[in-house]
Each structure stands twice: as C-alpha cells, then as structure tokens.
Design a protein around this ligand. Sequence first.
Ligand SMILES: Cc1ncc(COP(=O)(O)O)c(C=O)c1O
Length: 484
Amino acid sequence: MNERKTAQLQDALPKLVDVLENYVSSSQKKETPVLKQHAPEHILGALHTDQILENGFQSPEDITDFVSTYLAHTNHLHHPRYMGHQVAVPHSLSGIPDWIHGTANNPSSLYEMGPVGGALEAYMINWMLEKLGWFRGQSYADFTQYPENGSGILTHGGSVANLTALSAARAAIAPEAWTDGNPTDLVIIGPSSSHYSIGRAISIMGMGKNAYVAAAVDNNEVIQISDLQRVYKEQKEQGKRIMAVVANACATSTGLYDPLDEIADFCQENKLWFHVDGAHGAVALLSDREKQKMKGAEKADSLIWDAHKMMRVPALCTAVLFKNQFHQYNNFKQKGSYVFHSTEVIGMDSMPYTVECTKSALGTKLFWTFALGGEKNMTLYIEKCYQLAEDFYHLLNQQKDFEVPYFPQSNILCFRFTGGPASDDFQLKLRYTLIDTGNFYITSCEMNNKRYLRVVLIHPDTAVEDLKALLNNIRDVAQNLIQD
Ligand SMILES: Cc1ncc(COP(=O)(O)O)c(C=O)c1O
C-alpha cells in the first residue's frame, strides 16, 4: 500500500475511537441486544468481505463502516446481562495494550525482541508468586534468583498452561521421557470434574487419556478425599507411579473449589506432585474475604491462573507458576540452536520454558489491567462478583419454580427451572430461546448427569435487579414454549 493511501486511512482513527466508545457505552446502557446471532454468510456479506479482500479499504469511511458492522454482530460482553462464559469483561480502555503490541509487534518470549513486554511479564509474575507466598525478592522488580523463589511464565491460555504444568510434573518424575518417550507406569489422579484441557494435555503428551484416573466426586462434583486415597492405594498396588494429583480451584461448571488444603497435605505425606487448576478461581487469593478457598494452594507444586477470566484482561493471558523454580527450568529440555544459547540465561527469556516460541506481549496486558484500576479495585470487583452469586442463590431459594443445588463459592452458579417439563431437554430449550431474545446471555451445563442453566456473574455492573429480570424472562420464555 502506498504511503499516501495509508495516511488517508489514518483519518479513520479519531472516528474509530468514537465507534468503540459508543459500542461500550450502548452495551453498558443495555441499548443493544446482548447477542443477536446470524449465520456466518450473513455476517460476511454485511462486512463486504469479497470487495475488501480484493481491493482493501478505499477510504476512512470503509474502515469505520467495517468496524461498526463488526461490532454490531458481536456478543456484547459489556452488556450487564452478559452472564455467559468465563471470559473477562474488559475495561473500556483494555484494548490499548493490544493496539500497542499490534503496532510495535514485540513478541515477549525473547528479551531482545520484546524488552518491555518481557520486563512487565517478569514483574507481574513476581506479583503473582507473592500472592502464593512463593516470592522472596525485595520488590516485584527484583529478579535475583533466590533459591527459595518460585518461578513462572505467562502463556496463551489455561489449556496451554495445564499442558506446561503437567509436562513439568512428568519431567520431575521421569526426566528421560523427553528423549525416550513415556514410561508406561505413570498415572495422574484428580476429580472426574477436571477441565477437559487436563485430559487433552495428557493425550497430547502421548500418555493416553486413560493415564488420568478419576477419583469420585460428590453430588456437586467436588472431589471426595476418601476416594482420592482409595484410588491412590489401588494405583500403587497395581505398580503405578503417581505423576501428579490435580485439583479444581474452582470447577468450570459449578464454580466450587476442591478441598485444596486436605489434598495438599495428602500429596505432601505421599510425596506427590500437586497441581492446582486455578484458571478461574485463583483470583480469590486477592481477597481477605475469599482467600480461605485457596488455602493449601501455597503447598502445591504448580498452579495455573487465567487473567482473561476474572482479572478483566482481554483473551488470552495465563500464568503457570511453580513453587520450585527448577521444575520450570527442567521442563522442556530441548535445544533450538538459533535461540537457546549454550549458557542459558535464566531470567527474562521465557522462550525456553514455554510451549510457544513466539508469544504476544502478555505481561503488558496483565499490567495494564491494574494500571486502569489498581489492585484495590480489582479486589473489590472480585468480591462483588462472588457476593452477587450468593445474592442470586438466596433469590433463587425464594422462588417456587426454580431449584438451586448448592451454595456458591465463586461467581458461577447452576440452577434449574422447575415450573415446566422435568426433562433436561427443556432446560436446553429454555437457554436457546432465552438467548435468542437478545435480552440475556447465559450458559448451561451438566452436573451429576442432570442439565442445569448456568450463570457466570462476571460483569462489574450486573445487579440483583438484572437477576430478577432474568428469572422473569425465563418464566416468559417457558410459558411460550409450554403453549407451543
Ligand atoms: C478450570 C479450568 N481450567 C482450564 C480452562 C481452560 O482455559 P482456557 O480457556 O484459557 O484455555 C478453563 C476454561 O474455562 C477452566 O475453567
């Protein structure tokens, strides 16, 4: 593209700021549907993709039209009645680091290539390590390798993070696996309700999914310690070596925490690697009111923590943290001669310790979320979301035509409409019809072989009034479905 045309297209920038601001504020004011779904062909037609692919944008208006149309077709996470998946509702200015990165394009895995992103990543990792009691430095900018320090890296999402942590667990028990392949006697124990990325990681590592031995969970899908002990004994008797014990903090569908403290003691007694999947719920560490739910995590060997769920960071940004820094350093014993030098410097280059080679400026995004509100506001936000789920529980309990199976421990809650047909299928129909109205966006899940509606109360402005309206909307939708 010639310089003149680029300069002309840049005239779109101030208008784009308005378009984005309007998008956020009209969503926040509930002036748009949460989601109005269309077929992909409709979306691509509305975007005029064929013309743009061939000729590119011709004028600043082409850009603003494209972005306006794009935004109109999005799922509006800034709408307070967005209560769907565990995906952050960012601040209105959260996109700035992606803009900086998209302009500078400094991948942060090699310090020379992304010094600022790399420095911010190491700084924020120290902040996270301190939350777990795994940091001994004088300040977050202290990168001295104190032997008692934990370590960590940022990675693109919880699934890659779980893979990274489990790979480190394997390197600790069977370092030869990296070159020789897996020994056949390794198993991983955890609740049957663990996130599917755990099973996937085990398969990707070539261990076969059956290497995950599930311990029984209770009616609310929380691991039963007695069964963990039973499975452990059974596996030992079969001559298996336990590579890791995995726990949910919290579980994806229910938002309930496994009893980390008890599991940690069990692992310490039996010298087992303890991995905490804190993708969603590790944020409880920030709150004096909520942090007892994470008690025991400080005794874990590894923990993952998604910032793009409950820390308002746009996807993706996840931390993998290790209590013993050497577990991170020994994870990927692989040399790529063009980047890994013979005297590997432990420090800012995260490339030797990540699945990814090139990675985005993740530390910048994570730091930015605090730059916009500070730690105190982050804590208040988390407490508010967790409290709202408790309020919703009480509200549901007062209704004759709803049931709620457990008291929430996070901002996730499952519930069921009981004023209609008892089938699981009816709950699913309720959800689809409800989100089709554009008034709300919620999810559904199976728990204990039963289908539930599910909310993730992740928007900072969602209020009890919205939840009352949700129940009334579900009733209306149910009425229509029953009459049809
Ligand atoms: C407990 C848990 N672990 C891991 C993940 C995967 O995280 P990501 O979507 O960032 O890959 C999720 C996602 O919902 C989760 O809830």
